[in-house]
Structures are given as C-alpha cells and as structure tokens.
Design a protein around this ligand. Structure first.
Ligand code: WTA
Length: 647
C-alpha cells in the first residue's frame, strides 16, 4: 500500500490533457452563461423524433415541479438500438457471461433490436398498453436488458424489482405501482444456491391479493428448474416471443412521459418509487456516461451492478447502449467458483471500463493482491465506483493493483433520485483525489448548508444540496408528490436536499461523509431503519425496536437491532427476529446483531435516540456526548452493561 507521500503524488498527478481541460472549462462556463443553450446542446447526445425547443421548466419552490425538454418527442429504445443499426448493426451490443465459465452469449445491435422487438410485440399482444407498469424480477440474464428496452419501446413503464426482496416486499410494490404484468424466471443461480424467482412471484401475488392488477406473468427459463405455471396467467417466455415478428414500431413518447419507476428506501417505512421521465433521464444517462466513462464503440464496458439498482439502469443498460459501446453482464458472483473470476472476465472480453461498488472492491482486496497480479488487465482504460463512500486506501488499491496506475478512477456520487452521476472527477480535465467524489459535473450547482439549511461557504462540512434542477432528476415519488416535496425540498426551501453530508476542501472538491437521515447503506443497498422497525413491530413478543447502522469492514455498514421484550417471561430469540426481517424486508436486511434490552434511551418527548444506540453498538461508549436531553440518563449504564453481556 502506498505511503502518505504517494497519496500526495496521486493528488498532484498532472495527467491532464490541456485540450480536454479547456473543453470542460468551456462547458462549465457555458452552463452558467447560457443554461438553456447548454442543455439543448447536451440533448443532441440522444435521438429525438421531434427535437425540443425548451430546456428546463422547473421550480423547487411551492409545489415543486420538474420538467425538461417538454415539447420533445422520442423513444428510449430507438436511441439505444435503432440508431446504431446502420453503422454498427453487426457489432456486439450485449455480452452475457454465464455463471458457468464455458457458457456465454453475444448479441449484436441487430440481434438485440430483434429480441426487444419480439418481446415488445408479445407484450402488446397480451394487452399491455402505453403508460402501464410492467414489473421485472430477473437475475443478470440477457432477458433482463431485453425486458427493460421492450417496455420502453411500447411506452410501458418498467419497474425492476430486486431479487432479494421478500415476497411481501414485492407484493407491496406490485400493489403500489399497480403493475399489470410481471417478467420473471424459473430460478436464478447464486453461487451454489438457487434463487426461487417464480415461487417468490407466486407468493407475492398471493400476498398482494385481489387489489393487485397483474394479469400476466412471463417466465424465462434460466435454469430449467420445474416451477408451477398457472393456466391463463403464466406464459413461457420462449414460446411467447418465438411467434412474434422481429420488427416493432416504437411508440413515440413525450419527453415527460414516465420511462421507469424504481423503488428505494427513505426515512419512513413505506418503500418509495422514484419516477423518471424519458427525455431528461436519457439525456442525463448519455451526458454523464460520455463525460466520466469515455465510452467508445467496439470497446467493452462492464458495470457490475445488478439491473435492479439505479446503477444497473444507467450504467449497465441505458448509458453504454446510448453511446454504442458493448455492455457486459455477468450472471455470477465475484469470487465464484474461485478468486480471480472477475479478472478472468476482464481479460477474456478485453474490458475497457470497469465500474463497480466500494463493497466489491473491499471483497476483492480480501482475495489478496496476488490474485489480480496473475492477470494481464491490459485492456482496462477507465475504472469507476459508486454507491457508498470509498476509503482512500481502497481507492488506491483499485488505482494501483487493478488499474496499474494507468487508469483514472472515477468515484461517482449519485442517487436513485438523481438518475445519473452528479459529483465525479472528469478524468483528464482535473486531478483525482482518493476518497473524494470531487466536483459537480458541469451544469450542476452544489452547495453545502448548515443544519438550519443556510448556505455555508468555503472549506466546511455541511448538508449537500443542489439549487437548480438537472435533466436526470426524479420528477416525483409515484403517487405521493407531497412526500417528494417534504423529503427533498423542505430541509432548505428552494433547494434539493440529497440526505447526505459532505466536506468541501479549499479547491472546491467534495467528500461524502454519509447519510444524515435514518438510511443505512449495507453493501451499497439502501435500507431505511423504519423498514426494519416496521417489520419487527409485527412480532408480538416485543414492545419496541430500533435499528442502527454500524461500520462494517466488508459491507461498509451493518445493521444492529435493539429490542425491548413485551414480557420478561417470553424473550424473543435473535434468530426469530432476524427471520421476521428477512421475510418482510428481504435477506439483504438481515441484522449483524440483535440486542435484547430493558429500556431504550429516549428524549423527554419519547423519541428513541438512535445516535446513542449507534455509539453503544460500535463500542464507542467513551464519546457518548451530551446526555442531558434524555428523559432518564440512568438507562445508559444499564444499556452498556446489557450489550456487553450479550457480546
Ligand atoms: C451513497 C446509488 C459516497 C450516498 C448510486 C447516496 C455514495 C446513496 C456514493 C444513494 C459515492 C452513492 N460516495 N457515497 N460515490 N455514491 N453514495 O440511491 O449516501 O442506491 O445518498 O444510488 O448512496 O444510493 P442509491
């Protein structure tokens, strides 16, 4: 690992291309002097059926209204597929590497276009209409990408649901989105395990009951496992699409028509679906990909995110395909069946850009430096990461051991709400700084505010806000605009509050310090403490529950749960509580530890003080801070003793 002197060396790294630096400086200046002209120019990065005359018509004041390019008309799948057919129809668009090393599949732009058209026709034949929601619940297989683009082609709204959600969680989302169809598979592979996709969907539909609008379930055969099929509702994917024509006219959408919903977690229990609009999202995907990842046709781009997350949407599917680059998806796990699996894939397909998450980088570090050392990795030109803060050490490892000091590392800060990258270094135009997401992309106006929401200047720490809209911004929360306005625009009125804290240095670089709300980031997955607490509230043996995030070597953060038993006679078992969380939220929310305590630390108004629970769970009992706001400070020593006993 490099010493601190080397760290300065990286910071000073002057691998700057003066032409590029000048070009980006011009872009920044134009975004300030002529924002409308600037954004309309960026809109040319995608294909329009009717080019817009207006850029933004947005306001963060009052009811909050966000609209971009609203007189423009387009279809998202046309930008990703049709427009490449003439130039590079026979070049690879999508590479799928199976879990089995010997199995892979490559689709050219023409082949991907045909697959998408077939499924689009099949969805139309099943009666799916423009504007209706279609849920997608698939592992990392070709059909996941095809399904997203097919929905886009017919103007249906895709709602990709994570494979790790519980049946209850999926049922809730199917009801909330009023999805009319689901695209899933028999089972998926996860190392030596099988993930029961179809059985989960069946259970979710049962849970959702009669208020659920799902009429059709399309089942892809991924493993060939036999699964129950319900006559009239369930359809075999291959049987369905094979009868369809490989041509399908794309539905021409208004820029503000919804392209997709994507669920994410917030401070309150109910999952919220962020609403992304077609035109602005596509422009943002193209713009941010071009600026930070330097995609090139005929090179291979590999973003390791699952398509069920926003990173999968923007940097596995839309961003790379828009630019005509080849996007790679991998069905399997990081170190499976042996360490080095990722590097083998990089060498085999000559991956040029590798985009991943800090949690994966930490797992790769654990495999040992000698593992990547056995591979060439000479094809790599660009590295990127997002999803959680990356430590300077992990950044340097990625830069040195993987990138061999040849490849810039783009640490990109963004959110499901932002649609695409927001803070990120523009390699070649500015120096990198390990652990820092650096500066806002041209056109964005980031500010830091005090806890009261007032703007603070200079090298300080504060709450990260944006004063004006950008094309990729989520338009609202599906069915709950009030919650959208209250969550993001009331902390500092007239500004978008991201929910993250950040530090700014004297060069205007930003470093994310973490969430300021009750959201825990476990391996890059956002989980609201309220989701866990609401799940535990269904257990009759406990009267109170509080979940907190504590630092975790591999996952970034891990979940620790404190519970108070309803009666001292029937203490709930930790396993039982963990199962309740997995059943109601999902396996990814399983707690690291469950502490049974007699009393919670509360304010005089009865609010649980999670800050103190976090400190106690992290064994930081020396620095508990001010206890005078507690209703009864005497609970603290008892709490510390109880936790120690259970460790
Ligand atoms: C965190 C994932 C530090 C942050 C793209 C944000 C980051 C949340 C970074 C959004 C980064 C994302 N550095 N923290 N580069 N990128 N985060 O919606 O707390 O799944 O608010 O989007 O992840 O998570 P989401």
């Amino acid at each position: 690992m490099p010493d601190s002197q080397d760290r300065t060396a990286i910071w000073n790294l002057t691998d700057i291309d003066p032409v590029k630096a000048e070009q980006i400086a011009r872009l920044r200046a134009q975004a300030v002097s002529d924002p409308d002209g600037f954004w309309l120019e960026q809109a040319r990065r995608i294909e329009w059926a009717s080019f817009p005359a207006v850029a933004s018509n947005s306001s963060f004041e009052g009811d909050v209204s966000i609209r971009w390019f609203e007189d423009g008309m387009l279809n998202a799948s046309v930008s990703c597929l049709d427009r490449h057919l003439a130039d590079r129809g026979d070049k690879p668009a999508l590479i799928w590497q199976a879990d089995d090393t010997t199995v892979s599949r490559t689709l050219t732009f023409r082949e991907l276009h045909e697959e998408v058209c077939r499924l689009s026709n099949a969805l139309r034949a099943l009666g799916v209409k423009r504007g209706e929601r279609v849920a997608i619940h698939l592992p990392m297989v070709v059909e996941g990408v095809v399904a997203m683009l097919a929905c886009a082609r017919i103007g249906a709204v895709h709602v990709v649901l994570f494979g790790g959600f519980s049946p209850e969680g999926i049922g809730e989302r199917l009801i909330d989105s009023s999805a009319v169809a689901v695209i899933t598979c028999d089972t998926g592979r996860r190392g030596a395990k099988r993930i029961p996709h179809k059985v989960t969907i069946d259970a979710a539909l049962t849970h959702a009951g009669t208020i659920c609008a799902v009429k059709n379930v399309i089942v892809v055969q991924v493993t060939g496992d036999v699964v129950p099929m319900k006559e009239g509702r369930d359809h075999d994917y291959t049987a369905l699409v094979s009868q369809q024509s490989p041509a399908c006219e794309a539905e021409i959408m208004r820029a503000e028509d919804v392209l997709f919903l994507l669920y994410t977690s917030g401070s309150t229990g109910k999952p919220k679906a962020m609403v992304h609009a077609t035109g602005g999202y596509m422009v943002w995907a193209a713009y941010t990909t071009d600026l930070t990842l330097a995609p090139e046709p005929e090179r291979v781009h590999w973003c390791t995110a699952d398509i069920a997350w926003i990173t999968g949407h923007t940097y596995v599917v839309y961003g790379p395909l828009l630019s005509g680059t080849t996007t790679l998806i991998y069905e399997g796990l990081l170190g499976w069946p042996q360490p080095g699996r990722w590097w083998e894939i990089v060498d085999r397909y000559e991956v040029s850009c590798l985009y991943t998450a800090p949690t994966a980088i930490r797992a790769l570090i654990r495999e040992g430096d000698e593992v990547p050392g056995r591979y060439s990795l000479a094809s790599l030109r660009r590295l990127a990461c997002a999803g959680e803060p990356i430590s300077p050490d992990a950044w340097e490892w990625f830069y040195e051991v993987v990138g061999r000091r040849r490849c810039p590392v783009a640490d990109m800060w963004w959110q499901t709400e932002t649609g695409g990258g927001m803070l990120c270094v523009i390699p070649g135009a500015q120096p990198m700084k390990p652990g820092w997401a650096t500066t806002p992309l041209p056109g964005l106006t980031a500010v830091l505010t005090s806890e009261k929401g007032e703007i603070i200047e200079g090298a300080v720490e504060g709450a990260l806000c944006f004063t004006a809209s950008w094309p990729g911004q989520a338009r609202t929360i599906w069915g709950d605009h009030k919650r959208f306005r209250e969550t993001y625009f009331t902390f500092s009125p007239g500004k978008y509050f991201a929910g993250d804290g950040a530090r700014r240095d004297e060069n205007g670089y930003y470093m994310i310090t973490g969430r300021m709300d009750d959201v825990i980031n476990v391996s890059g997955h956002r989980i609201g403490t309220a989701e866990i607490e609401d799940a535990l509230a269904t257990c009759h043996a406990i009267s109170e529950a509080a979940a907190v995030g504590v630092s975790h070597d591999l996952k970034g953060q891990g979940i620790v749960v404190f519970v108070v038993a309803r009666s001292s006679k029937v203490a709930p078992a930790a396993d039982e509580l963990s199962t309740i969380i997995c059943d109601r939220v999902g396996r990814y929310a399983a707690p690291e530890r469950v502490y049974l305590v007699n009393e919670m630390p509360k304010t005089r108004s009865g609010k649980i003080v999670r800050r103190l629970l976090r400190k106690i769970a992290s064994n930081e009992t020396e620095s508990l801070g001010d206890l005078s706001t507690l209703a009864d400070p005497a609970v603290i020593p008892t709490l510390i003793a109880t936790v120690k006993e259970q460790n």
